[in-house]
Structure formats: structure tokens, C-alpha cells
Design a binder for this molecule. Structure first.
Ligand SMILES: *[C@@H]1O[C@H](CO)[C@@H](O)[C@H](O)[C@H]1NC(C)=O
Ligand SMILES: *[C@@H]1O[C@H](CO)[C@@H](O)[C@H](O)[C@H]1NC(C)=O
Ligand SMILES: *[C@@H]1O[C@H](CO)[C@@H](O)[C@H](O)[C@H]1NC(C)=O
Ligand SMILES: *[C@@H]1O[C@H](CO)[C@@H](O)[C@H](O)[C@H]1NC(C)=O
Ligand SMILES: *[C@@H]1O[C@H](CO)[C@@H](O)[C@H](O)[C@H]1NC(C)=O
Length: 424
């Protein structure tokens, strides 16, 4: 046990370093997300209802017993844990669409177009141990979304899931009846003949932060206002289905910088807070917004748990110094748990979303994604900076072991969402 523990420690230190680098390049990749918010900064962004984080009380209440969940058409098998299962190689039914058929995939995720030589990663199907997943029917889902607004809120991993869902649905919509537009933090896919939108809103911390409006900034200077969400949330009013996540951007160390009061005030009161505590406050702020703005009788709320990464091959018994680069098969050890997924956050997630006034369905995608060391974009993506000869000579040095190729793993996250939405 001992060597493993010290290994874990080393791994988590290296994870922070990797996270630093990663978040830095995310900022560059998704720079367009920030530019428009800058333009909006003249708007009055005051938070009338900001509360001191200490005043955010627990929100847990008795849940209504026979609450019929909106959108549900049928009860699923109640005892079946969809998130416990294994990956089955299935060339016949996977993938559900081809990369080149879906024009909405951003070039950071189109692995085949960027020369990925192997295709096995496309053919894995998630098989829960205790039951089967309902098969994804795009027409059915679009019918259920008629006249509705569905929104994904979170970071680039949430955006990947968003794009995957659009890809799964768009074939059932005629060419001239769909569109996708982006304005600042908000991307909207419209299915015109269904009067439905599926949207993505960029808010990596959910609450307000200085990562919302800077194009490039150092991770060390990251500052979060844990009690303040309205700057973002005013764009969320009236949504019918919400799918949110937040994790990766918090993983910059053991503590977060917390700001009391507005960013533009002359004297800033910034204190340090243990990451888990800050994370809890931000998610509670989110939940308070949800309670005040969403109606459990007609809307649904989902939370996607942390998306894992595969930065160190030793963790799964591979070569020292390797990472996800060159991996072509899932991990088979059913107990594998990656070092990027903090267990402390997972247990927080369990607590935060149990027995809330508005039911939140957790998409517990962490473990099943942890097996998929083969599913990352690795080096097969649009590179924003010219690679140096040293990098080119050592591909794993610039391999992205955080994001996922599309089609791929994230289509499964949406199959699970589909199952939980319609067959809870
Ligand atoms: C998919 O859903 C549509 C609309 O509900 C239905 O007409 C169709 O039969 C379904 N297709 C399959 C293969 O189940
Ligand atoms: C379209 O959907 C919106 C809600 O997203 C609703 O307010 C509006 O009435 C719908 N329009 C039509 C023509 O059904
Ligand atoms: C983009 O959003 C801003 C602020 O929300 C709005 O003022 C502007 O009209 C929008 N632009 C377009 C092209 O929709
Ligand atoms: C900063 O905020 C903390 C926590 O709310 C508070 O205890 C402290 O007095 C504040 N400091 C100043 C200078 O306002
Ligand atoms: C998610 O699944 C993992 C592994 O099966 C489990 O350890 C964890 O408790 C689950 N978390 C939640 C919030 O359900």
C-alpha cells in the first residue's frame, strides 16, 4: 500500500502542473468565449442578491414522494445502476454517426480529420451490468423537445457533450431547418420545425470569476466570486432542461482565491479558501438559482460529474513517462480510478445533490470514462500553436489527455442522459 500512496501523491502534484498547462491552453483554445463578454462589460452586472457565502444554508428538504418527473415516458428499471457496467466492442451499432457527417464538431475534437490512425475507439458501447440502455431515437427526442429550450452550462467538457447531442439529433432535421450561432458565451442550435433550441453557455465555475472575461490569464491569478451568479444566470431564464458541470477549472491547487464584492471595486477583498469548500459554495449558489427559477413540475436538471484525464500511464500499469498518447483500448480493471478525479469532490457531489428541493439527476460519468484511456483527442486535433521540433519528436509532450474525440465517449454520456430523461 505504501508505494502506491506516495505514487498517488506524486501523481496529484503532477496533475496540478498538468492542469496549469491545460487550463492555459484551454484559455487560448476557447478564447473566443471570452471576447464578447469583454464587450458587454459596460452593462450593469451588479448582483442584487449576493450573499456572503457563509449565509448559504443547506438546501436539503424532504422530497415529494410520488413526484412524476417531467419528460418521463416510462419508468426505467428502478434498481438498475446505469453507471456500473463495462465497455463492449460493437462494430455494428457504434458509432452512431460519422465524424464527417456532423458539421458542428469543433476542430479540437475531430480526430479522424487530424490523422488519428486507429478507429477502435469509435466502436465501444456502454453495457450496464444490470439492464440495457434504451436505444437513442433522435426523432423521439426532438418530439419531446418541441417548443422547449435545453441548455448545457459549464466548461469545454460540457461543450463536448453538447456538440455530441447536436450530432446525435441533427440528422433527423432537414438541412434548411437548423442552424447554430454563437454570441459570446452562448451558442444556440435551433431546430426550426420543432421550435426547439439546444444551447451551450460557457461558465467554467458556474459562478462569476475572472476567467469569464480575460482572454489570457495565469491560473495562479484565478479569482472566483462564489456567491455571485446573475451575470451568467440572466441568460438561463426560461430553460426547460439544464445539464451543468463544473470541475476542471477548480483543480489548480489546494486553495482558491475568493473575492467578496465586485471585480471592479478599487479595494478587493480576496481570501483563500480550501478548494472543496469553495466548490461547495459555488454549487450551492447554483442550486439556489435553480430553486428560484426552475419548476420541478415542468423542468429537469442534470449534473455531469467530473470528466477524468489520463496523464500518466503508470497509473494503469503502462510504461513510465507515457500518457494517453498511442492508447487504443479501454482499461479493463473494473476498480480503476484515475488520479485526476478527486474522491473528495465526488463525495461532495453525492451530498450536494441528494434530497434537494428541485431534483437533480447526477450523470455519474466519472468511472465509466476513467476506463477510456483510448478515447482522448491526444495529438489528433487542431493545434493552435506551431509545434516545435522538440515537441514533434515527442508526441506525448503535446498530447491532450483531457478532451475526447467525437464521435466517441461523450455520445455515451448522452445515451445516459437520454435514459435518465425519458426512462428515469
Ligand atoms: C422513434 O421515435 C419515433 C417518434 O416517436 C417513432 O415514430 C419511431 O417508430 C421510433 N423509431 C424506432 C426505431 O423506435
Ligand atoms: C416556441 O417555443 C417557445 C418556448 O421556447 C414558446 O414561447 C413559443 O410560444 C413557441 N412558438 C410556437 C410557434 O410554438
Ligand atoms: C449578442 O449578445 C448581446 C448581449 O447579450 C446582444 O446585445 C447582441 O445583440 C447579441 N448579438 C447578436 C448578433 O445576436
Ligand atoms: C474580507 O472578507 C472576510 C470574509 O467575509 C472578512 O472577514 C474580512 O473582514 C474582510 N476584510 C475586509 C478588509 O473587508
Ligand atoms: C459515482 O460512481 C462511483 C463509482 O461507481 C461511486 O464511487 C460514486 O459514489 C458515485 N457518485 C455519485 C455521486 O453517485
Amino acid at each position: 500500500m505504501k508505494p502506491q500512496a506516495s505514487n498517488q501523491k506524486k501523481s496529484s502534484i503532477s496533475f496540478y502542473i498538468i492542469s496549469f498547462c491545460f487550463v492555459f491552453f484551454v484559455v487560448i483554445l476557447y478564447g473566443e468565449d471570452f471576447s464578447c463578454i469583454l464587450k458587454q462589460s459596460t452593462l450593469n452586472l451588479q448582483e442584487p442578491e449576493e450573499e456572503k457565502p457563509e449565509q448559504l444554508l443547506p438546501l436539503h428538504v424532504e422530497q415529494e414522494k410520488d413526484l412524476v418527473l417531467p419528460f418521463a415516458v416510462e419508468r426505467g428499471e428502478k434498481e438498475c445502476n446505469l453507471f456500473s457496467g463495462s465497455w463492449v466492442y460493437d462494430e455494428e451499432t457504434r458509432p452512431q454517426y460519422q465524424e464527417e457527417e456532423c458539421p458542428y464538431i469543433q476542430p479540437q475534437l475531430t480526430c479522424q480529420a487530424h490523422g488519428r490512425p486507429d478507429k477502435g475507439y469509435l466502436h465501444w458501447r456502454w453495457q450496464p451490468h444490470e439492464c440495457d440502455l434504451p436505444s437513442f431515437n433522435a426523432t423521439f427526442m426532438l418530439e419531446k423537445l418541441r417548443g422547449k429550450r435545453m441548455m448545457f452550462i459549464g466548461d469545454s467538457l460540457n461543450r463536448g457533450q453538447y456538440v455530441s447531442l447536436v450530432c446525435l439529433l441533427h440528422r433527423s432535421i432537414p438541412e434548411n431547418a437548423k442552424s447554430m450561432t454563437t454570441n459570446g458565451s452562448l451558442t444556440i442550435f435551433t431546430a426550426k420545425n420543432y421550435n426547439a433550441t439546444i444551447e451551450f453557455y460557457w461558465a467554467p465555475f458556474l459562478v462569476e470569476s475572472n476567467s469569464d472575461d480575460a482572454i489570457v490569464h495565469r491560473v495562479q491569478d484565478r479569482i472566483v466570486r462564489v456567491g455571485s451568479i446573475n451575470k451568467h444566470a440572466r441568460h438561463w431564464k426560461g430553460i426547460d432542461i439544464m445539464v451543468f458541470n463544473t470541475y476542471l477549472w477548480w483543480m489548480t491547487g489546494q486553495k482558491m482565491k475568493i473575492l467578496r464584492g465586485p471585480f471592479d471595486s478599487e479595494t478587493k477583498n480576496i481570501t483563500l479558501m480550501v478548494t472543496e469548500d469553495a466548490y461547495r459554495l459555488a454549487v450551492r449558489r447554483m442550486m439556489r438559482w435553480v430553486e428560484h427559477n426552475m419548476d420541478p413540475k415542468v423542468t429537469r436538471v442534470f449534473f455531469a460529474s467530473m470528466s477524468p484525464c489520463h496523464e500518466r500511464s503508470e497509473n494503469w500499469g503502462g510504461e513510465v513517462g507515457g500518457n494517453c498518447y498511442g492508447e487504443t483500448k479501454p482499461i479493463e480493471d473494473p476498480n480503476y480510478w484515475g488520479v485526476c478525479s478527486r474522491k473528495s469532490i465526488m463525495s461532495l457531489v453525492g451530498n450536494l445533490f441528494t434530497g434537494t428541493k428541485i431534483p437533480v439527476t447526477v450523470l455519474n460519468i466519472t468511472q465509466l470514462s476513467d476506463y477510456r484511456k483510448d478515447a482522448h483527442t491526444s495529438i489528433y486535433k487542431k493545434q493552435w500553436n506551431k509545434l516545435t521540433p522538440e515537441q514533434l519528436a515527442n508526441p506525448k509532450s503535446y498530447s491532450d489527455c483531457v478532451h475526447w474525440c467525437l464521435p466517441g465517449l461523450q455520445d455515451t454520456w448522452n445515451e445516459l442522459l437520454y435514459a435518465k430523461l425519458f426512462f428515469p
